[in-house]
Each structure stands twice: as C-alpha cells, then as structure tokens.
Design a protein around this ligand. Structure first.
Ligand code: ASP
Length: 325
C-alpha cells in the first residue's frame, strides 16, 4: 500500500480543515478492521502531498516503485491519494504499467475527522479488489464508494459527494459488496502501455474552447512552443470558424489533439463538413481523441511523446488503440 497524501490521510485541525498532512500509511491501515489473517499489508508513505501538487515525476516514480514491488513478488498494490487529480494519476499509471498484479487507486471525499468519513471503507474495498484474482489483468482500477472503475474511463464528477467518481459512458466495471468483489472484465482488451525514454515531462497544454473564444489565445499558446496541444472543443468535435486557422497553424508546428468538452461520448468523424466541423479539423491534421476527455487525452499525448513517438500517424494510432479497448 503506497500512500501519497490527500484527504484520506489528512487529520482535521481544531478548525475542522484538513490542512495538515501527518497521517502515514500505517495509521491509515490501522483504521480498517481487515485482519492480518486475511491479508498481509505493507504500508509505505510514498509522498505527503495534496493531489494538486502531484506531477509527472511523482507518477513516473510511482510506476517505477510498483514495477519493483511486482518484481519483489507482492500480490497487489493499493495507492491512496487526494481525489482532485486521482483520475489523472490512475490513468497515467495505466498507460505506463504492464505488471501482472492488480493496481488499485483510492482516496476519500471526507477527511477522517468528519462524520461519515469514507476513507476506511474505500481503503478496505480497494484492498479487497487488490487481492482478487479477476483484477490481475484488469489494468489500473479506481475503487470509490463501493464501485470499481477502470482508470481508462473514471472521472471526478462532483466537488463533495461520496459518489463523486463515475464512468459516465461505460459505467463501473464492478462493485464491492460486503467483502465480495464482483468484477466484469475481459483481459483481452488492454491497450499497449508506454515506456518513456527520458525523465523530462513533455510540455503539453490543455485548452478549453468556449463561447465567443478568441483565436489569439490559441496563437499565444502555440507561440510558447509546447511539445503538443490538446483542445477541448464543442460537442462531437466542433470549433467556431474563427478558430480554425489558428488551430491549423498550431497543427503545422506540433501534434494537436482535439476532444469533446462535454465529458462523455466519442467524437464524430463523418457527420459535419463545414468550417470548424470535425471533418474540417481532421483535414487540417488535428488528431481526434475519440472518447477521451481533455485530462486523459493530454496524459496519453504526454506518454506517447515521452516514449519518443513524434509521427502524427502513429500518435493518431495510439488514440485509436485506446478507443478500441
Ligand atoms: N484536496 C484534496 C486532494 O486532492 C482533496 C481530496 O483528497 O479529496 O489532495
């Protein structure tokens, strides 16, 4: 069990806020009521940070730690962290890891000092999933509020609800009831994983377009010369006609991926054929992210670029691969 911090491990101070980070992994495990006869837990405090402070380096180091634990023969790994960026680190781990053990990420919406704190239940469920044979080839999973989600599909969809984590289009792949793990999973459908060739994080900017947006902002971002750009566009893949030239200029200089800002559903490819439509963006060399949202599309583009792939066709193939799994 690798603890990174966040609300699940943040004790409340006198004012009821969770600004301090003192609970370590062993303290978290002590809250569980899962006996040593059931599972032998090895808690490790990997980082003590709120999840907004987790970066590419932390997640790549975490992936390395999980690989080494897997080589050492552990049967499963549970990661605890703050929920704010949990969907991103889980997805990036899923892109980077190819280990034959369950890897389960969890957190808590309510800190340990609040009535109905969900950390212990989420952690106990996550440990059960990490012990289950069905989770071995499931890719990275997120367990929250009794549901099991693929890292590939899960999103944080609410600021404070205990049921904040959802997989809109696909639904959860399983549940934990009492101590029983129910997982519907076909191991045949794993997308390839990525192996960064350098430790430096590629600079990929995520831009969300909005009503009446100014193409000068796209040009300004392009002028910063990032390694890639991800744009969250309207609906099934549309931008205002005024933005098309700026996006075209960006796509001439770097990979530009477009995805929907709606939060669920795959992009169209053949329906719209007018300036700013998905057909127009495809013709101008923008790469469709299919059903991935901006957060996940950015991480996939980063993982692909970090692995030394620069070619537009191969980048597009990476997005198609993930769409088919
Ligand atoms: N601010 C916290 C974090 O993401 C919130 C949480 O853990 O739910 O680190």
């Amino acid at each position: 069990m690798l603890a990174l911090g966040g609300t699940i491990g943040a004790p409340v101070d006198a004012a009821g806020s969770n600004s301090t980070l003192r609970v370590d992994a062993a303290d978290l495990v002590a809250t569980l009521g899962i006996g040593a006869e059931t599972v032998r837990l090895e808690p490790e405090t990997f980082r003590r940070v709120m999840s907004a402070d987790i970066g590419w380096d932390d997640v790549t180091a975490l992936a390395e730690r999980i690989r080494s634990l897997s080589r050492d023969g552990v049967d499963g790994v549970v990661v605890t962290q703050g929920t704010d960026t949990l969907e991103e680190s889980a997805f990036l781990l899923d892109l980077l890891l190819d280990v034959a053990i369950p890897v389960v990420v969890t957190g808590a919406m309510r800190n340990p000092g609040r009535a109905g704190a969900d950390g212990p239940a989420n952690l106990a469920d996550a440990i059960r999933v990490a012990c289950s044979a069905e989770a071995v080839s499931a890719g990275v999973l997120v367990v929250m509020a009794g549901s099991i989600h693929r890292a590939r599909t899960v999103q944080k969809t609410h600021t404070s609800s205990l049921g904040a984590f959802a997989s809109h289009a696909a639904g959860p792949v399983g549940s934990v009831t009492e101590s029983r793990v129910h997982l519907r999973w076909s191991s045949a459908s794993r997308a390839p994983t990525w192996t960064p060739t350098s430790s430096a994080a590629p600079r990929v900017t995520l831009l969300r377009l909005s009503l009446g947006d100014d193409p000068a902002v796209i040009d300004a971002v392009t002028g910063l010369d990032p390694d890639g750009l991800v744009v969250e566009v309207y609906g099934a893949g549309h931008v205002g006609a005024r933005c098309v030239e700026a996006l075209s200029r960006a796509a001439d200089r770097m990979p530009v991926v477009f995805c929907s800002r709606t939060g669920a559903g795959a992009l169209y490819r053949t329906t719209g054929d007018y300036p700013g439509s998905e057909g127009d963006l495809l013709r101008r060399g923008l790469i469709p992210a299919d059903h991935l949202d901006g957060l996940k599309a950015r991480l996939l583009l980063m993982a692909v670029l970090a692995s030394g792939v620069r070619d537009r066709v191969r980048i597009a193939a990476a997005f198609d691969d993930i769409a088919s799994t």
